[in-house]
Ligand binder design. Structure first.
Ligand SMILES: Nc1ncnc2c1ncn2[C@@H]1O[C@H](COP(=O)(O)OP(=O)(O)OP(=O)(O)O)[C@@H](O)[C@H]1O
Length: 248
């Protein structure tokens, strides 16, 4: 764990705002995730989760604020930061003509992985993400669930210390959902994970911390117990906090 010794948090959002004209997709979002923690990133549709994740991984430039991974500024120390982070974007891999095998090999070489370690990591991700049956099939011909698994495999390929996963179980059947949750749980023993989800049972299953945003702003940063509220009902508390249907 490269930056554990220095005591820096592995993921830092420091006053992150993203404006599209006058509209703020995120406004002044600040939080940190310490090394080894699995944190859930929650919020209703359009709250700004994917935007924040893109800002944290350098896929979008912030209008204001700063993102740091392992202490490295994502904008000014991009290579150092990107070595440390694996990112599963919301829409999965877009290289529809390539097969999982050719895409992952290509990405491994692009990330400067040596052939011997790349070979081992390809075996690892093919196994962990259950891709062996579709290893040589064009990504464009794969189901949504399989595409999601290819996205997960590319996030894990270079064995990064930090994982930023945008709805990792979206589109998966119950068996695969279980398998991916178990994978995240085991990865969380050694890695720092920020994952977005709409499935609140998933939060209890794999996370120890919750960060909740609504309309681009952070509204709760605490434990899973805090997210359950006094009623011990995470869904009801979520609706109350975000102005959902049963809010008083
Ligand atoms: N390129 C863009 N231009 C204008 N508005 C955008 C752009 N990208 C995102 N937005 C808006 O920013 C807001 C936040 O979007 P974002 O995708 O981050 O939400 P989200 O919390 O990930 O939602 P979901 O749960 O539905 O995936 C939304 O209102 C969205 O329409």
């Amino acid at each position: 764990m490269i930056d554990q010794a220095s005591g820096s948090p592995m993921i830092e959002a420091i006053g992150l705002s993203k404006f599209y004209g006058p509209f703020a997709a995120t406004r002044d979002i600040s939080f940190t995730v310490p090394s080894g923690q699995v944190a859930a990133f929650l919020g209703p549709n359009g709250a700004g989760k994917s935007t924040t994740m893109k800002l944290l991984t350098g896929f979008l430039a912030p209008s204001e604020g700063e993102a740091r991974i392992g202490g490295h500024n994502v904008a000014t120390e991009r290579i150092a930061a990107s070595r440390l982070v694996g990112y599963l974007p919301e829409n999965g891999p877009l290289y529809l003509e390539m097969t999982p095998q050719s895409l992952l090999k290509y990405l491994g070489h692009a990330r400067g992985m040596k052939s011997s370690s790349l070979h081992d990591r390809l075996d690892f991700v093919a196994e962990k993400c259950s891709l062996k049956d579709v290893w040589g099939k064009a990504i464009g011909k794969l189901s949504r669930g399989y595409r999601q698994r290819v996205g997960m495999a590319q996030a894990l390929l270079h064995d990064p210390d930090v994982l930023i996963l945008d709805e990792p179980t979206s589109g998966l059947d119950p068996n695969q959902t279980f398998q991916v949750r178990e994978l995240i749980r085991s990865l969380g023993e050694t890695k720092t994970v920020l994952l977005s989800t709409h499935i609140l049972t998933e939060v209890k299953a794999v996370c120890s911390r919750v960060i909740l945003i609504n309309q681009g702003q952070l509204i709760l940063d605490g434990s899973v117990q805090e997210m359950e509220g006094d009623e011990h009902d995470m869904e009801a508390h979520f609706r109350n906090l975000t102005g959902g249907p049963s809010a008083a």
